[in-house]
Design a protein around this ligand. Structure first.
Ligand code: DC
Length: 230
């Protein structure tokens, strides 16, 4: 890892589904002139391709091989959306469906899949200048990040946010079903053997349940300046 004095800043944002990571990480990146990288979109891209190709999601070797034969590029968004190119094709609108939501944590649970994803993510951050969000960024992917955040929110708030996102995509799912799905995904993400979802000891913890987006971003930017401008 290059020392903080010799490269652009690196910000890590972790937390469970629906904690608000992507919304605030994107805004923070915009305000600081950094690149926002949504690492969940990479895992979602792989899950989507596996589903489209009828690959058995329990078969680690097939998933690993699929990943080695797949390019996943994250593009700077237009109007706030990260565009995801899978083998050169824009698949952004397919990555947040209930099918992908239900499969992505299974795909992301395999050690060999994670190893390759982590290699790719570290390469993307090699020159710094990024805000990266995910589950294991501060603990495992970029433990030397200059500033780390861990966002949480109550299960009810997270389910309501997910419902709003899905509504916007034309999927109507009831709150109880979403809360159960999120709890299940939290369990898979937090108990997997490799780099589980966890707060890094040096991450700033923010509970976003009752906070407006801009308040969270202000708090994060203040913490960033305290850490990076030191
Ligand atoms: O942030 P998200 O909901 O788009 O992430 C989708 C899934 O990808 C999440 O349930 C777990 C997995 N993931 C991961 O294991 N590690 C990351 N760094 C990012 C996402």
């Amino acid at each position: 890892m290059i020392s903080a004095q010799h490269r652009q800043p690196i910000v890590a944002v972790d937390g469970p589904a629906g904690a608000g990571k992507s919304t605030v990480a994107r805004k923070m990146a915009e305000r600081l002139g950094l690149l926002y990288l949504d690492t969940g979109a990479m895992y979602r891209g792989l899950a989507y391709k596996a589903l489209s190709h009828g690959i058995d999601l329990r078969d680690e070797s097939s998933l690993e091989e699929l990943l080695y034969n797949t390019t996943i590029d994250l593009y700077r968004e237009r109007e706030g959306q990260t565009e995801v190119l899978l083998d050169g094709q824009n698949v952004t609108s397919h990555l947040r469906t209930p099918e992908v939501n239900a499969s992505v944590s299974v795909v992301a649970g395999f050690a060999r899949v994670r190893e390759e994803m982590v290699r790719r993510l570290r390469r993307l951050a090699e020159h710094g200048g990024v805000v990266m969000d995910g589950r294991d960024i501060g603990t495992y992917v970029l433990p030397g990040a200059d500033v780390k955040f861990f966002l949480t929110a109550s299960l009810g708030a997270r389910a309501r946010r997910r419902q709003k996102d899905l509504d916007a995509l034309g999927y109507h799912v009831d709150l109880d079903t979403l809360a159960q799905e999120i709890e299940h995904r939290d369990r898979l993400d937090s108990t997997r053997a490799i780099a589980p979802l966890a707060k890094a000891p040096d991450a700033v913890l923010i509970d976003t349940t009752n906070l407006e987006v801009d308040r969270v971003v202000d708090e994060m930017i203040a913490a960033y300046h305290r850490a990076y401008d030191r």
